[in-house]
Structure formats: C-alpha cells, structure tokens
Design a protein around this ligand. Structure first.
Ligand code: SF4
Length: 272
C-alpha cells in the first residue's frame, strides 16, 4: 500500500524532458535569433554591472555602468572611492543608495579574498562548482549573479535563472511548480547540455520578455505553444477577463532577429 507521500508524488505531473527543453530552445532561437555574438566584460566588471542591473532596465543600468567607469576609470579606483561619489555616478540606474555601498562591499571582499587583486579570471580554471562557491561567498552574490558572471564573462556553463526565465520554465513545466528560483538553477543545469547553456539563457529570457510575459502572455502566437501545458488555462483566463493575448510588446513585433542580448552594457554593443 503506497504511503500518502508516495501517492502525492505519483500524482505530480512530470516535468519537461531535456530533449523537449532543447527543442524549445531551438524554436525560440529560430524565432528571436540569431543572437549576436556576446561581447564580454571582465568578470569583476560583469559582477558590478549585475548589481547595477537589479530592479532597473538594461538602458538605465548601462548608463550607470558607463558613468561609473567614466568617473573612476577603473574598478580599483571605485574600490578606493567614496561611497557618495559612487552613488552620484550610478544615480541613473536607480537605488543608488543601496547599490553604491553594495558595490564597495563586494569589491572590498574580492580584494580581501584574492590577495589584493580584483582580477577574477582565475575562476575560469576552477571546476564549475568551485567557481560558483567562490563567488557565492561574496556579499549579496546569489546563484543568479554568480551564474551571470561565470557564463557571460568567463564562458562557463553556469545557469543564471532570472525572473523571466523562471516564469517561462514554470509555465512550460520545465521545473516543478514547487521548485524555487534558487533550486531551479541546479534542475535546469542538469537538463541543458553545457554547450547550450548560453543559448538557453538568451532564448528563454527573450521569450519571457517579449512573449511569455507575466501579464498578457501572447499565447496565441507563441512559438512553443504546442508544447506548453499552461497555454489553454492562460488563454481561457485572458478570454474571461477580456484581455487580448495579442497585445504587442512596446519594443516591436516578435520575429526573427528581434532578440536582445542580456547582461551586456549597451555601451559595448556595436563597438569594435
Ligand atoms: S503558450 Fe503562453 S504560457 Fe506557454 S510558453 Fe507560450 S506564452 Fe508562455
């Protein structure tokens, strides 16, 4: 006789297989790609940019990052700078009072743990789990920020699950409904082959921003709609509330070549 827990487990619907996730990435890449070849910031700059990106748009965080580097010239100078000067430089990114001390704190800790150097390129030589653990000991660096630094700066196959990717993973049932965002990093890392982690990230984030939005998802024209277990329910809900599921994004129509590359300051895109 199965226990209550076993019965519950059996009732839980299965999550998307690795092969289906790969197919979803392929379809999204066809729809939104090709994604531009990534331009990489050095890892510590990427980490500071990640802090600046929290709770603001790509444009504002890009501006804040450019102003910070213009003002100080290097992160070594930022690490020696007054918090009030950092705050003033990053003001266009919002939450400057919170982010300025956070940036100083994280740079101070890197200097302390890394023999007085801000160069984190040594992480590339570490096994992935060790590199993640090294970054996670820094103040305020969680699995998402660590994943962004390792993947986008150092080209390592670390997963970075932001709010858009998490939502798409849940709606597509790539993860269980009870899997939280932190745990989702491990679940998705196990489902996506290392060489596809970058494509997965860019494809899912574009899909979440442009089509599978938190409010008014465009289910009727979704490229992965056929494989989505949430589609019927969401479309019925939209119909009931009288909201159109065909509202276009402010940034233009969905289609080939419309993908954007996250985690890269706009100042770097299109430069030599
Ligand atoms: S069908 Fe709707 S809920 Fe499902 S992935 Fe597409 S936009 Fe998201």
């Amino acid at each position: 006789m199965p226990t209550q827990a076993q019965t519950k487990k059996q009732r839980r619907s299965p999550t998307m297989s690795a092969a289906r996730v790969a197919r979803a990435v392929e379809l999204m890449a066809q729809e939104y790609g090709p994604f531009p070849a990534e331009r990489r910031l050095p890892p510590t700059e990427e980490m500071v940019f990640t802090i600046l990106s929290q709770h603001t748009s790509d444009v504002n965080s890009g501006r804040a990052f450019a102003r910070l580097m213009d003002r100080f010239g290097s992160l070594e100078a930022v690490a020696r700078g007054d918090i009030s000067d950092i705050e003033e430089a990053i003001a266009p990114g919002g939450l400057a009072k919170v982010k300025a001390p956070r940036i100083r704190e994280v740079l101070d800790k890197v200097l302390e743990l890394n023999g007085g150097s801000l160069d984190l390129s040594f992480l590339r030589e570490m096994p992935l789990a060790e590199a993640k653990a090294w970054l996670r000991q820094l103040p305020g660096i969680g699995p998402k920020s660590a994943g962004i630094v390792l993947n986008f700066s150092l080209g390592m196959p670390a997963m970075a699950i932001d709010t858009h990717i998490y939502r798409v993973c849940q709606r597509l049932r790539a993860i269980d409904a009870r899997t939280n965002a932190d745990k989702a990093h491990d679940v998705m890392e196990a489902k996506v082959p290392p060489e596809e982690v970058f494509n997965f990230h860019v494809a899912f984030i574009n899909h979440g921003r442009r089509v599978c939005r938190a409010q008014h998802p465009l289910c009727s024209e979704c490229v992965v709609g056929e494989m989505c277990p949430s589609r019927g329910k969401l479309m019925a809900k939209m119909a009931k509330t009288g909201k159109s599921s065909r509202i276009r994004t402010a940034s233009g129509p969905v289609g080939a070549g419309s993908g954007t590359l996250p985690h890269v300051p706009p100042v770097l895109i299109g430069t030599e």
